[in-house]
Design a protein around this ligand. Structure first.
Ligand code: PBG
Length: 332
């Protein structure tokens, strides 16, 4: 296995671990704030912050607070923020039409963030689940099946609206087939030739999204699960096919999601394709660490940093995480 023989005591691997300076010098990977994308949830109410029970320390933010978060990201050297909306139940319907409202929460949040800190990238989730009364990422037929092409059409309109509102990156998280190509074509047609597409290319049907669905308020709404569009945890080859198609269709970056339980996918994708591969440390991963930490069972800060480093080790170009602010503060 080893490229050359290594025998004791000529080789004592502990020599290189004996002091901080030599550990630093020989570190194979480094984590910096520039590796982080800060995921935040925005809401439309008067409260500056609304706690989310299953995500301690990660509140829903008002538009004004989101703008402050953008300035904070800039101070901390966090390159980008990914925003997810909590939409009032009264605005939700079968087709998620609020997603196409030019004066909606997402367009206003983008504008406020770009006004506060234009140097910070804004990444927008393209999917209908925050907006639909049934909690699915697209429009459904009478049997509850999410319709691919009809959904794609709406996603295209949603992505164009986000680009028009000033989003730097549109990030489809819906897993419809063909939507990257359709969005790319529309962005080109509308003159948004520099709007980037970060495709949630390999997104798994996962139990780790639970706290997020609480945070955006789709948990109680969701009927059934998302297994007819998100990938099975049993598959890895399929992830490569998803990524290959999305690159072909015009994705600039791809994402693997969830993160830690899917580091093998991060590794395979980042090795196979010459394209920036991001990993999403999702809400359930965050909640696990926070819950165990609150009970005093683990050192939360230490585990936070360790998990973030593991993404780098697996080959991720960046990590989308609810810990971005805290991790960047620690890295200052
Ligand atoms: C859905 C979407 C989800 C997340 C981001 N976009 C959840 C889902 O697929 O149900 C999850 C994020 C997280 O858990 O942190 N379009």
């Amino acid at each position: 296995m080893t490229p050359f023989p290594q025998s004791f005591p000529a080789t004592r691997l502990r020599r290189l671990r004996q002091a901080p300076w030599i550990r630093a010098l020989t570190a194979e990977h480094v984590l910096t704030p520039a590796d982080l994308v800060w995921s935040i949830v925005v809401h439309d109410g008067p409260e500056a912050r609304i706690p989310v029970e299953s995500m301690p320390g990660n509140d829903r933010l008002s538009v004004d607070e989101a703008a402050r978060a953008a300035s904070r990201a800039s101070e901390l050297g966090i390159p980008a923020i990914a925003i997810f909306p909590n939409i009032s139940p009264t605005l939700k319907d079968e087709t998620g039409s609020e997603a196409l409202n030019p004066d909606g929460l997402v367009p206003r949040a983008i504008q406020a963030m770009k006004a506060a800190a234009p140097e910070v990238g804004v990444i927008c989730d393209v999917a209908l689940d925050p907006f639909t009364s049934h909690g699915h990422d697209g429009v459904i037929d009478d049997n509850g099946y999410v319709l691919n092409d009809a959904t794609s059409e709406l996603l295209v309109a949603q992505a164009v609206l986000q680009a028009r509102s000033g989003a730097d990156v549109v990030a489809p998280s819906d897993m419809m087939d063909g939507r990257i190509g359709a969005i790319r074509e529309a962005l080109e047609d509308e003159g948004f030739v520099n709007t980037m597409i970060l495709s949630y290319a390999a997104k798994y049907a996962s139990g780790f999204y639970g706290p997020y669905r609480d945070a955006i308020g789709s948990a109680t709404a969701l009927k059934g699960d998302k297994q007819t569009y998100q990938q099975s945890p049993a598959n890895t080859d399929e992830a490569l096919r998803e990524v290959a198609m999305d690159i072909e269709e015009g994705a600039d970056m791809v994402m693997v999601k969830p993160g830690l339980p899917y580091l093998d996918i991060v590794r395979r994708v980042s090795e196979t394709f010459a394209i920036p591969t991001l990993a999403f440390q999702v809400s359930g991963e965050y909640a696990q660490i926070m819950a165990a930490s609150e009970r005093g069972w683990i050192d939360g800060e230490r585990v936070m940093m360790e998990t973030l480093m593991s993404f780098k080790r697996a080959g991720a170009a960046g990590i989308i995480t609810y810990f971005a602010e805290r991790a960047a503060e620690k890295l200052q």
